[in-house]
Each structure stands twice: as C-alpha cells, then as structure tokens.
Design a protein around this ligand. Structure first.
Ligand code: ZN
Length: 254
C-alpha cells in the first residue's frame, strides 16, 4: 500500500499467508487471523495517504471481515462477489448494505453455485465497475481469492484463468481511469494446489504487463464446459445487486 500510494510502483501484489478477509474487528475467522487489507487501508487513511478506498473481493467466500470493519465507513467502499451463503453461514446478503453514514458503501453480490466466466464478468460490468465509477476511490484494493476456480474443493463456481485475467483487466482499466492506476491486490483463499498457481499467474501477468509464456494446462476443459455464459438466474441475481448501486451509493459520493 505504501509503495503504491507513495508512487514507487503502479500496482502491487501481496503474496501473504494466512489470508485475511474473514477476520473481523473482534478476531480471526475462517483461516484468517488478521484482516490484512483492513489493516493496510486503516493505516493508509490514518496517515493521510488515502481518503477513499474501494475493496473488490472476488474470493468465492463472503468478505465478511472487511465488511464488518468498514460497515459504517462512507470512505471505504467494500464490494464482495461470492457464492451465495457458502461461508460464513447466513452472511453476505444483498440487504447487508452498510450502516449509519456507511449505508450504500457495502455491496454484496451473492452468486448462485455454478456461476462461470459470463456471470462473473457480468457482475463486474453491472455492479463492480459502475460502483467504482460512482465512488471514485484513491486506490482500488483487491481481495484476490482463487477458490471460485473450477477445480476448487471448497467452492462450486467455474472460473478459469481466463476469467481471472479478464477481471484483472477490468480492474486495472478502472484504476487507470479513476486513480492513476493505483491498485493493490492481496492473496486470499484458493485450495486447488494445481490450479491456483495458474490463476494467480494470470492476475500477476496482467498487473505486471508481462506475459510469461506459461499456459494454463487445466483451463480448456472448463472453458468449453456448458453454462460458462451468463444464465438467466445468474442475471437476475446480478440485477438485484446492480439496483443497489444506482439507488444507494450516490449518497456517499463526494
Ligand atoms: Zn475463500
């Protein structure tokens, strides 16, 4: 965060363990001890290095800890895309939309199990990018989990490295338009030891603007799978989340 906000680098990826996005103000949860991005954001705001920060969490689980920490804060927009009610239980609903002055600045996009490339990119186009453009952050922070990958043993989504690459492209382009390209990603979940390295590589290649030439040998079997394109029930879930962007987020816009 310091390196990006002080202008040493355009973007940065924190390859950290343990992950952080389930850890709340009150303590750790779900493999997470400390909310890594929460600490980084709070510190940067306290130091005056940033005023408005947007978090985009594409881990398959709800970013409940980050939501908890900034729930009443209008200067931190938290957006979580996750499989509907996977973990924690009964968490990550649409109606969890912020509290007090933070109303509108917490967006949940609970996606049905089986969501793939089309659903995630539609969620970006219909919810994430419009919310970022309304909010206009000083920096975009990405909770980069890879457990929405098709091979993940804990998630039931169908993403491939092509999806992670495309989501990263969209975030980098938003950062370029809104905050001089400032983007920080931090490693979250992902439990397939063979697929996660290729998904992470796709994100890192986009952030670095470098192609390694290493191809994902596992991508094709799921890229050609049925229902990778946006399905009607996924579209309706995304539309419900998109309504929150148009109706609520304006109240926190500067
Ligand atoms: Zn996860």
């Amino acid at each position: 965060m310091d390196a990006v906000l002080e202008g040493w680098v355009d973007n940065a990826y924190a390859l950290v363990r343990p992950p952080g996005h389930h850890a709340r103000r009150a303590g750790g949860l779900g493999f997470c001890l400390v909310n890594n991005i929460g600490v980084a954001i709070a510190r940067s705001i306290a130091r005056g290095d940033a005023e408005r920060v947007a978090v985009v969490d594409f881990d398959v689980h709800h970013g409940n800890g980050t939501q908890d920490i900034f729930y009443a804060d209008p200067n931190v927009l938290t957006i979580s895309l996750h499989q509907d009610q996977l973990f924690p239980a009964n968490s990550g609903h649409l109606h969890e939309n912020g509290n007090g002055p933070g109303v509108g600045a917490n967006l949940n996009v609970p996606l049905p199990p089986g969501s793939g490339h089309g659903a995630y990119l539609a969620a970006f186009d219909e919810v994430v990018l419009p919310a970022l453009h309304r909010f206009v952050p000083d920096v975009i922070v990405v909770a980069a989990g890879y457990d929405a990958g098709a091979y993940d043993p804990l998630g039931r989504q169908m993403l491939t490295s092509a999806t992670y690459r495309e989501m990263t492209r969209k975030l980098l382009s938003a950062a370029e338009e809104l905050c001089d390209g400032r983007l920080v990603a931090s490693h979250e979940g992902g439990y397939s030891p063979w697929a996660v390295p290729f998904h992470g590589l796709a994100v890192l290649e986009e952030m670095a603007g470098v192609r390694s030439g290493v191809a994902d040998p596992f991508a094709r079997s799921f890229e050609i799978a049925g229902q990778q394109d946006l399905q009607p029930h996924q579209r309706s879930a995304i539309e419900r989340a998109a309504n929150l962007v148009t109706n609520r987020l304006d109240s926190t816009a500067s």
